[in-house]
Structure formats: C-alpha cells, structure tokens
Design a protein. Sequence first.
Length: 251
Amino acid sequence: MSDRAPAGQFLDAAIDLLRRVRDEEADSVTAAGTLLADTVESGGRLFAFGAGHSSLAAQDLVYRAGGLALMNLLAVPGVVGVDVMPAPLGSALERVDGLASAVLDSSPLRAGDALLIISLSGRNALPVEMAVHARALGVRVIGVTSVAYAAETKSRHASGTYLKDHCDLVLDSKIAVGDAELTLDNVPAPFAPASTVVTSALLQAVMATTAATLADRGLEPPLLRSGNVDGGHDWNGRVMERYRDRIFYRH
C-alpha cells in the first residue's frame, strides 16, 4: 500500500470500481433498465433477492424513497441478513440444494415478472437454482455478480455452473475475488470490502434507467417519495393503492 491513509485508499478503490462499472457495464445497465421497464409496462411485477450481505443491495431497492414502488423483496428465511443466529447458518443455507425451488414455488412470482438475483460469487446452490427455476417459470432474470469468481473459484452447485450462466442479463460488479480492497504488512488478512457500495450503485443506475425509460414512453414511473418530506406519505399512499396488486410488502 502507498503512504496515503487507508480511508483515502479505500475510497479511491471504490471510486475506481464505480468508474469501471460506469464505463464497462453501460450497455448492460441500459438493457437491464429496459427489461424492467418492459415488465412494468406489460403489467408484470418486480422482485429482488440476495443472500447474506448481497441482500443489503436487494433491500435497498424495496420501499425506497426515490425508488420504484413495484420492487418487492423475495425473502428466503435464514439468508436475508446477519440477524440469523448463528450467523454461519445463513452461509450454510446458501449451499442447500432444493431450497430455491421451494421458495419460488411458494412465492407470488409468475410468468412475465422480473427477478434481480444478487450474489457476489454466484457459486452457491441457492442463487444458481433460483435463476434456473425462475426462468423455468417464465420469469426474466437479471443476475448481479462478480464474473471473476467463475474464473477463479469452483462452483458449489452440482452442475458446475454459476449464476451468470442462467440469466437473461448479467451485470458484472467487477469486485475482486475475496471482496477486500486493502492490505497492510502488519494485518494478516485483506480488508475493506467494496461490494455493497458498488452493487448498490450499479442497481440504482438500473432503477434510474427504468424510470427514465418509462417516462420516455409517456408512462409515469411508479416512484416513491421520502416520507420525511411534506406530502410524502400521501403520495406514497396513492401510488401503493394504484399498484396494490403488484406490491407485496404492504399487505
């Protein structure tokens, strides 16, 4: 590492990753935003799923000020966050065969919907089977992952494949294997993960594209306002009532 303070080095690393995503994933972001706009326009519903810390980026899309009201969280018990005890159980559940199919079969997902699947490594059974089964149901799948893992790690799914192999579109977060941007001679492990920052920004770029695409088509994007600005709650109430059959977090 250079002589610069670790805080500055981390921020520089995150900025560099964001620039790479901006420059290298622009076409994929446009395609993903267009796919979601097509889904909204055709009456479909939007869902997002992530396991462990990948769930943070999925949750950031749901019931979000400035976000699309139609985005719903597809929750899998035990893997949504670190609130499960013991925490390693969540990691173990990601490797359980058949869990994804059971979740999807009991979810409201149906043909014509769109599902964002967020998995940094994309190597575990849960995201792989989630993508395979969702597409079999007629759901369009957008995978958000680090493609580098497919080149540098071994899949944990029986097929030997990764999330990226079973998606209609893939967004590459460019995160290095191990998800740690900094090293120091006197620190025995790499540290300072950037995947949450980059993945969240990448997904918000997709949401911005979706909203703008709908507007360009003469359709009002179903957006939520902050509840902390005057009139925000009333606005959100009207939006959620209008789209009540496509919003599942309000019931």
